[in-house]
Structure formats: C-alpha cells, structure tokens
Design a protein around this ligand. Structure first.
Ligand SMILES: CC(C)(COP(=O)(O)OP(=O)(O)OC[C@H]1O[C@@H](n2cnc3c(N)ncnc32)[C@H](O)[C@@H]1OP(=O)(O)O)[C@@H](O)C(=O)NCCC(=O)NCCS
Length: 165
C-alpha cells in the first residue's frame, strides 16, 4: 500500500493499493464522465486487463479511506529510462474533491523514492484542460505533441524535491 498521508478536501486519507480479490470489482467499475471518454478508456476495467496482460503497467486502486474511488497505473519505459503514469481516472461521481491531486502527488512521491528515477512522464490529450491544469500545477512540464493530439509531460526530480530532504 502506498500512503503518504495525503487527503482529499473532506479529509479522507488517499492511499493506493494493489488490485486484489477484495477491490478488483470496484476498480473495474470506475468510469470517467461521458464527456471525458475521448481522453481515457470507458472504464478502468480496460486498464486492469492491460496490466494483467502486458507486464508493463501496474494497476493500483485509488482509495479514500476504505472506499475505492479511482484507478491509476505506473510503468517503466526502457526506451526513455523513465517511469510513466497512465490510466488515471477518478470515478465520475467522486471528481472535484481533491482526489486526483492527492493521487498524482502520492504516486509521484513513491516513484521518486527510487534511486533510478530521474523523472516521471505521462501523456495527456491536448483538449484535456482539467488534467493538463492539474499536472502543470504539480510541476509537470509539457515536452512534445504527437500526431494523435497527445502531449508528453515530464516532472523532473529537480522540480519535485524530496520533501524529507
Ligand atoms: C483528471 C482527473 C483525474 C482529476 O481528478 P479530480 O479528483 O477531479 O481532481 P481534483 O479534485 O484533485 O482537482 C484537480 C484540479 O482540477 C480542477 N477541477 C477539478 N474538477 C473540476 C471541475 N469540475 N471543473 C473545473 N475544474 C475542476 C481544480 O481546479 C483542481 O485544482 P485545485 O486543486 O487547485 O483546486 C479527473 O477529472 C478524471 O478522472 N478525468 C477523466 C480521466 C482523465 O482525463 N484522466 C487523465 C488522463 S491523462
């Protein structure tokens, strides 16, 4: 379990847990808002299956106290030697409560603890203003736009110093 004591705006503890026998159904049922379906898969079930199939991504349940409220996954890319975050979805019914911010901060902090982590990358659709604003406010810098309209953004170690240092 990944827990840095971050909370949502209601004070609920936000923790990231591996997918297990108890939470997989609730994670699979996480869905974005209808108007967000151009940006992410229609349900987190697809990401959970991807994680199970490929051995590249690792899915995590986003929990607020004991409730499953979202999905996020992480992976290592040999090509760019960077950790990546993907598949971040906070359930449509739980958005706007500070869960997305707590999730990305928790996962980034956990990845940055690794000695081989020089930076964390993700890709976000150019029209996904809400997510771009969130990532930018955490310190991600946008690097490049690909032909599918996805922007690669990176948070470097320098822009996310160890809070304990
Ligand atoms: C992007 C996403 C994960 C953010 O999760 P969230 O729990 O709603 O985010 P938060 O409540 O932590 O809010 C983050 C910021 O977004 C803004 N925001 C959130 N909901 C908003 C809304 N309905 N309208 C306007 N701004 C909003 C807020 O400004 C907030 O910034 P603040 O903390 O400075 O106030 C969520 O919207 C989502 O799941 N979207 C669909 C999937 C997606 O696009 N994933 C990203 C793929 S790269």
């Amino acid at each position: 379990m990944i827990d840095f004591g971050l909370t949502d705006r209601a004070g609920r503890l936000v923790r990231l847990r591996p997918i297990d026998d108890d939470n997989w159904r609730a994670v699979a049922d996480v869905v974005p808002r209808d108007d967000q379906r151009d940006f992410v898969a229609p349900s987190a079930a697809r990401y959970v299956l991807l994680s199970m199939r490929g051995g590249v991504w690792q899915s995590l349940a986003v929990c607020a106290d004991e409730e499953v409220v979202g999905h996020v996954m992480w992976g290592w890319d040999d090509d760019d030697q960077r950790y990546w975050i993907g598949g971040m979805v906070i359930d449509a019914s739980r958005q706007g409560a500070g869960l997305g911010r707590a999730t990305v901060l928790t996962l980034v902090r956990w990845l940055m603890e690794r000695s081989d982590c020089q930076g964390v990358r993700l890709s976000v659709h150019k029209s996904n203003e809400l997510a771009r604003g969130l990532y930018g406010s955490v310190g991600f810098q946008e690097l490049e736009l690909d032909e599918d309209g996805e922007i690669v953004a990176e948070l470097t170690r320098e822009r996310f110093p160890d809070p304990a240092a």
